[in-house]
Design a protein around this ligand. Structure first.
Ligand SMILES: [Fe+2]
Ligand SMILES: [Fe+2]
Length: 289
């Protein structure tokens, strides 16, 4: 392993200790189920006439269920990360690499446990965590050969797409979003910054061995991956709308899918990641819902 990567792993592991357990760090007693859980601009229907006409109580409920949909998808994705990291333990080349992977497993487990706790405390939940997951992202996440460019592309895209929404809640939610939810997003962003630093550095190393024709071949797969992750994390499922009290969820979901403000919001969140991939030589398209 290159020297630079080795010292990055050691630095990240140092920053991961002491471990901060989100289950004990968050003030669950203070959770407010009458507050927004997403800033209004991050709600899928924001910007439409129909949204403006909704009573405030419905908008708040919708923000809560959309956040629940977001964390349900998070449990699915983190299960994939944990599965891959655990399988790769036996292939690690050094104690530094082994330690780093173990830190990342512990942190992802902490995130998913905090999601479960939120479901339990609030009583809000969706029918299933595992249903309707995007097939290609699920398959590549679980089976792409370790340490290939494709593998690290899938990891970086999978980490950055939801991270951007956490960052938005953290920075734009000061006035309206329930402080417990904001704190949750903050804890997640802090851990995720290390995971992303590691994934990006592994991707950079892998790209040194990737030829231009290989990048061309990978580009359509990357585009599909981005689209699947974006749909999973930014386009709520039909049950989200119905549980929030909006009947005929299918109609509301289509409204969100064709909402120009939603499209603009997604691009604003994801442009830095998309541009980074473009600089790496992948001709990625703007994702559409
Ligand atoms: Fe996480
Ligand atoms: Fe992560």
């Amino acid at each position: 392993m290159a020297h630079a990567q080795h010292s990055l792993l050691e630095q990240l592991s140092t920053n991961s200790s002491p471990y901060h357990d989100p289950l004990t760090r968050l003030d669950w007693e203070a959770l407010d189920i009458n507050a927004y859980w997403l800033p209004p601009e991050a709600i899928s229907l924001y910007g439409t006439r129909e949204y403006d006409e909704l009573p405030e109580a419905t908008r708040i409920r919708l923000s809560q269920y959309e956040f629940m949909g977001f964390i349900h998808a998070g449990i699915w994705l983190e299960a994939i990360f944990i599965e891959r990291l655990a399988k790769n333990l036996r292939h690690t080349q050094s104690a530094a690499e082994l330690a780093y992977y173990l830190h990342e497993i512990r942190e992802e487990a902490g995130h998913s446990l905090m999601f479960l706790k939120l479901m339990e405390r609030s009583g809000l939940r969706l029918p299933s965590v595992w249903r309707n997951r995007p097939r290609m992202a699920d398959f590549l996440g679980r089976h792409a050969p370790i340490n290939t460019t494709l593998f690290w592309l899938a990891v970086t895209v999978g980490e950055e797409v939801p991270d951007k929404l956490n960052r938005f809640v953290r920075t734009q939610g000061e006035t309206v979003v329930d402080p417990v939810i904001r704190q949750m997003c903050t804890l997640h962003v802090i851990d995720e910054a290390r995971h992303i630093a590691h994934a990006r550095s592994a991707l950079d190393a892998s790209l040194l061995r990737t030829r231009n024709w290989q990048k061309k071949l990978l580009t359509p797969i990357v585009n599909r991956l981005i689209r699947q992750f974006v749909q999973t994390f930014y386009l709520p499922t039909v049950d989200v709308y119905e549980l929030a009290g909006l009947n005929r969820g299918r109609v509301w979901r289509e409204l969100a899918r064709h909402n120009p403000a939603r499209q603009a919001f997604i691009l604003k969140c994801l442009n830095p990641s998309l541009n980074q991939l473009r600089r790496h030589g992948f001709a990625v398209k703007d994702p559409v819902l």
